[in-house]
Design a binder for this molecule. Structure first.
Ligand SMILES: [Zn+2]
Length: 304
């Protein structure tokens, strides 16, 4: 784990898997953009912050996923820092009961056990109509990019560095991603297009890249997600239940599902592709003797 300078006072922690940007407001005090994953990253981040004598005064979160807010409550307790997050994301991780919205196929006891550490108190909620915020005297521009998660945001520091969170994935991640996650794929694609208008001098993608220009990466991301949707559509032949589609997809994509938790994760990922295909008319949903079944729709092409 090490620190890379992005530009001016904007740096990022390279955890190996992720870039976690931070903005230095003075020699000692920093504002983190996301806090990382608990299981694989907490120890390293903790050590790095201590070695550099940094004091975390705030964490601004792009979205409430486990690998982005996993150390929020830990760092808040340790440094007494404030947490800033889009309002809807903040509400999701405000309690285990609310987190169950994300993890609806698991029992509340399981959600509490596996994801309880994500629960944190947000001090400043960012509303949908806000395009900038002031945190500890520094201005951050906000671009709302819903889709990957309900209220995902991109955050631009005073150095004109945009942190894109999970609104884009790098080429390295694309290579290994069988079915990258989106909460609502159609919204996610719209948000990806919005990024064409974002003109900054540097861009940081959480998993994991640093760029001077993301124009090509945006186009390649959009095509990558659409191509995955097309591949899902290709396994849907006859009228199929969601479970039939699941079975066909994991076989076709060579995805290993060896636990019911993994099943829940893959099923959630697949849902957004199936919904997208349904929304675009590539497949349609009908009742068949009391079962919900998907079959080929009237449109057979995903628009480029
Ligand atoms: Zn995410």
């Amino acid at each position: 784990m090490d620190i890379k300078q992005v530009k001016g006072n904007t740096f990022c922690i390279d955890t190996g898997m992720t870039y976690i940007p931070f903005y230095k407001i003075n020699h000692e005090e920093i504002i983190m953009l996301d806090s990382g994953w608990k299981r694989g990253e907490r120890r390293g981040i903790d050590q790095l912050l201590e070695e550099n004598h940094f004091k975390v005064v705030a964490i601004i979160c792009s979205h409430a996923h486990i690998d982005h807010i996993g150390n929020n409550s830990y760092l808040k307790k340790k440094y007494n820092c404030i947490i800033v997050m889009p309002a809807y994301e903040a509400l999701i991780c405000s309690s285990a009961v609310n987190l169950k919205l994300y993890y609806s196929t698991q029992t509340l006891a399981e959600v509490t056990e596996h994801f309880g550490h994500m629960v944190c108190e947000t001090d400043i909620m960012i509303m949908d109509n806000e395009d900038k915020i002031y945190v500890c005297g520094s201005e951050f521009k906000i671009l709302h990019t819903p889709g990957h998660s309900p209220a995902h945001i991109c955050i631009t520091t005073q150095d004109d560095v945009a942190y894109l969170g999970d609104s884009l994935i790098s080429y390295e991640v694309m290579k290994g991603a069988k079915m990258p996650y989106a909460y609502i794929l159609s919204e996610d694609l719209k948000s990806k297009s919005k990024l064409y208008d974002l003109k900054c001098s540097k861009y940081v993608v959480a998993h994991k890249g640093m760029y001077d220009d993301v124009t090509e990466l945006i186009t390649d991301n959009i095509n990558f997600y659409k191509n995955r949707a097309k591949r899902v559509s290709e396994v849907i032949n006859d009228a199929m239940t969601m479970e039939d589609i699941f079975k066909a997809v994991i076989k076709n994509f060579n995805i290993h599902v060896n636990s019911r938790y993994r099943y829940a994760v893959i099923e959630r990922m697949l849902w957004s592709y199936v919904e997208y295909l349904n929304e675009t008319g590539v497949i349609e949903l009908n009742m068949d003797h009391g079962f919900l079944k998907y079959s080929k729709g009237s449109t057979d092409m995903i628009k480029p």
